[in-house]
Design a protein around this ligand. Structure first.
Ligand SMILES: [Zn+2]
Length: 269
């Protein structure tokens, strides 16, 4: 899957999950909390592809998300990719093939999604709003890059960085200050998991079973069978999948907003 589809799927899952929680369990969230969760989950759904590095010294290549903050995030991607490759070699078994690149390895596993979710929650609990500002800045940047890819491409990374920083400060200033923000960590973890599922339905597959060894392989790629798998970046993905995800997001957002709009209407009469 390509960046925009990943980001959209993160947003769609968070919005429909929130809608279900409200509808069936009466769990209400403020509009700001919903917006933050949706943005962070959309950003989280791009996080695993921060392992697609380019050429830092020449400022070239890399996944779209790796270019969110210009050469800085390209450098982060390089580090993530090399660490992933290191973990691949440290845990590979005899039938795992040799690799020269760490893309679609460590960051595309379930332990990774748990780790980033837990890490984010811990940071927020320990450092409060300062951690929230930093995490929001990073995740909002990824979400902007993914959801509004054409705008981000035209605007350039400096504008994306400034907009993300502004949105992060605004949000942190308006969030209630006395809590641990566990939803942010959950949104990062859920987003990353949604990314892995998205890659699984394309032909390349992901090592989602790691670290469970199967037939002397630790990094078995799992994907849909070729005949039903999506071609990454193909027409089905761009037209059908994105339209469906957009409809789900809009319906869920409408469902979430409807009760509060109705309440206000009642008060006005
Ligand atoms: Zn991926």
């Amino acid at each position: 899957m390509m960046g925009p589809s990943h980001a959209l799927s993160g947003a769609a899952v968070w919005l429909s999950g929130s809608w279900a929680l409200q509808q069936f369990y009466g769990y209400e969230q403020s509009p700001l909390a919903l917006a933050v969760g949706t943005a962070v989950c959309a950003g989280g759904a791009l996080l695993p592809d921060l392992d697609l590095s380019g050429k830092v010294t020449r400022n070239q290549g890399g996944a779209t998300v790796a270019r969110t903050f210009g050469v800085f995030s390209l450098f982060v991607a390089e580090v993530v990719e090399k660490v992933s490759l290191g973990v691949y070699y440290a845990t590979k078994l005899s039938r795992d093939p040799k690799r020269s690149n760490g893309h679609r390895t460590l960051t595309h596993t379930i332990p990774f999604t748990v780790l980033v979710g837990w890490g984010t929650t811990t940071l927020c609990a320990r450092y409060g709003k300062w951690a929230v500002i930093g995490i929001l800045f990073f995740m909002i940047g990824l979400a902007l890059r993914g959801l509004f890819d054409e705008w981000a491409e035209r605007a350039g990374w400096v504008i994306v960085t400034l907009v993300s920083a502004g949105a992060a400060f605004f949000t942190a200033a308006n969030l209630p200050g006395d809590r641990g923000y566990p939803m942010i960590g959950l949104a990062v973890g859920v987003g990353s998991f949604v990314h892995i599922l998205g890659d699984m339905i394309t032909r390349a597959g992901v090592p989602i079973l790691w670290p469970i060894p199967i037939k002397r392989r630790m990094w078995t790629p799992i994907s849909l069978p070729d005949r039903i798998a999506l071609r990454a970046g193909g027409r089905t993905e761009i037209v059908v999948v994105r339209t469906a995800l957009t409809i789900v997001s809009v319906l869920a957002a409408t469902g979430l907003a409807a009760p509060s709009v109705l309440d206000r209407f009642d008060l006005d009469i």
